[in-house]
Design a protein. Sequence first.
Length: 490
Amino acid sequence: MALVPLSPETRNLIDGQLVEASNRGRFDNLSPSTEEVLGTTADGTKDDMEAALVAARRAFDETGWSEDAALRERCLRQLHEGLVEEKEQLRSILVHEAGAPVTLTPWMHLDDPLGMLPYWTELAGSYAFEQRMPDVPFMGTPQGRILRREPAGVVGAITPWNVPVYLNLAKIAPALASGCTVVLKPAPDTPWSATHIGKVVAERTDIPPGVLNIVASSDHLVGEILSSDSRIDLVTFTGSTATGRRIMECAAATVKKIFLELGGKSANVILDDADIRSVAGGAMTCVHGGQGCAITTRLLLPRSRYDEGVAILKAAFESWNYGDPTDPKNLQGPQISRRQQERVLAYIERGRDEGAQLLVGGGAPDHLPKGFYVEPTLFVDVDPDATIAQEEIFGPVLCVIPYEDDDDAVRIANRSAYGLSGSVTSASLERGLAVARRIRTGTLSVNGAQWFHPDTPFGGYKQSGLGRENGLQGFEEYLETKVIAVPAGS
Ligand code: NAD
């Protein structure tokens, strides 16, 4: 797949205009695979965030956007068409700034997310925002009621760098479809995956000024305003659990609605009757450098098949292709930054110190001197309570944990502060399903089946988050509920 030359939009979108930062500041966008500066981006300031907030508030309170579902449907259709026309530029941006392996871009990174937009467009047009409830008696007199679902208001959206086009659209599209207005603050590591969407909005759609604002900034505190300012009605965030906690704290003062999609430490449970060759799929932990919240990073192997399974995994890790993300044979590119590379390497060190056996990898590869790469890393005999089995590493690191029987596997899978995803493999669908039903997570896969689709609600139990993205439930996160009582029969 040949990449087109980079020509990204690098300005912010505020009140319908593509603008430089108020102080003309810019920050570098670094390639994680070459460590070269790809270019610069307008460095949004607190004044820029203020302008975006004023615009979003005005667009919600003083224009017809929140009431005009037909306008929203048309605008989302234009956004989809415009993004499809810019698809190859977005692909190039993703590979260069996020280090996304080009081979993966047709799936989670780009083509799939673009394919989700018609789902939101259709919902904007078809959702029953107002319905009559059946009449009921109150103190002997029949009463009528109208149930209204109204847009929550101005949404502050904060996104991370791992699958940035998808995550930006997964927040923007349902929020706009519901009638909300939005201020998006993307991750500073991947600004163009957002600012280029801003260009499409400004140049190819009738989305009214102020309805969608995009403020990239190198300063996290510019984004923090979205979680504390009283003009924001709802804050939606994807990223680390630590930042999620901070957002909850900041949002408490104004009792904002919050929607959080946080970390994971999901279990891949291989039952003792499974085709043991399926264990090789455990190497998929390294996809995109392990930088995915729903990746299964704990592999639970029955003790009765342990040695067999470990041998298969070792071979799979040793033959795993990684390196230059523009090379189609690689499913793993670099970590996003030096900071993330060092963080992953520190976890590997910790794993060794705590007694896990390092079987493959464990360092930065000698043959890739430039770029923030980490070797595909396989730990076996990992204690389920070890730091590397409990904390989210966000790197190409798999922890193999032995277990005794199905009950033990369920106990270990659930012994986590997280509950985002997971998988179960068994020769018996019934047995696999029985185990899946006992694991406390938001999504599960049995025997390799995939759940990812725009109508699938996605999100976590426990410290993996609050609320659900996608699906009808994801749409309704952006709605308030109002009931109006009216005389019966009216
Ligand atoms: P992060 O949570 O710090 O950053 C994510 C987003 O939050 C970015 O846009 C960032 O600018 C913003 N942010 C940071 N501090 C903020 C604050 N106080 N208020 C408002 N916004 C703030 O994540 P990170 O530092 O980029 O990565 C660290 C770890 O986060 C990773 O190793 C991984 O464990 C986790 N992570 C999880 C996901 C996920 O999809 N669940 C995605 C990315 C990172």
